[in-house]
Design a protein around this ligand. Sequence first.
Ligand code: C2E
Ligand code: MG
Ligand code: MG
Ligand code: MG
Length: 280
Amino acid sequence: DPLKALLDKHVAQQSATRRGPIESLTLETLKAGLESGAIDVFFQPKVAVPDRKLIGVEALVRWRGEDGKLIPPIAFVPVIEEHGLIDEMTRQVFEKSMVASAAWQKKGLDIKVAVNFSVDSLTRYEVFDLVIAAIAKEGIDPHSVIIEVTESRIMEDVAAPLEILTRLRMKGVGLAIDDYGTGASSMQQLKRIPFTELKIDRAFVDGAPQDEEARAMLESSVSLAKKLGLSTVAEGVETQAEWDLIAELGVDVVQGYFIAKPMPSDELLAWARQNGDLAS
Ligand code: C2E
Ligand code: MG
Ligand code: MG
Ligand code: MG
């Protein structure tokens, strides 16, 4: 089954980065780290197709180990979730993202910032409150903020986060369905949440120019998104051939190494200048 093969590839990609540092991240290490600034946030550009104009960034959490080395989210976010520390991590990531956003706006860069949330967090009103408070504190327009939730997690129970997601949307916050294609959601389920953006998982972009099945998945995702009035984002675009195919299929936005890797917030202005989004 070719779709199964694509999914297996996705899972293999994810677990390849999972091995390693996970054993050393004990509950004590995590708690201490959350209090001592181990949480760092990188930002990856999202550009419009086909003109490559910078329209936003995705905030991606990193754990800065004692030795200064960066640990990827796959190695510690699941552990943080397991220990009930996810709301504290999310608060830190979200606040840092709003601070960065305010700084960019001040320099004339009018872009959206997307932040990943665990679906669990979106069942707790404290999390809604902290989002609204951080947006207000930094004076950010809520329409410049996007919250991303992964398709597979949200489809386990659409009802639980529905109220908070709807309240956020009513405040103007955008809602993205992340890693689309890995969660087997129906259009019926998707329609219940007021999503604004659909992010196609990179497993379906990877190799799509040569791969009929991946290409079919891309096409059907774009057509579903259009029907639901959602903006489409292709994740993980790494090559010119993938970019060309994505453009041909009418995807709105690209995020991937072909454009830029995630970077610290202070590098984004220089990147934007080089990309032609800011006057030098
Ligand atoms: P995601 O939200 O789907 O984020 C996109 C991931 O794809 C990022 O990995 C990014 O670095 C990677 N990526 C982007 N373009 C390319 C490309 O062209 N090629 C390849 N090979 N990879 C690319 P990262 O930063 O390791 O994050 C992995 C996942 O961890 C995220 O997937 C998201 O689900 C989760 N995550 C990241 N930050 C947070 C956070 O603050 N909170 C929560 N709850 N989860 C987070
Ligand atoms: Mg994401
Ligand atoms: Mg994704
Ligand atoms: Mg992903």
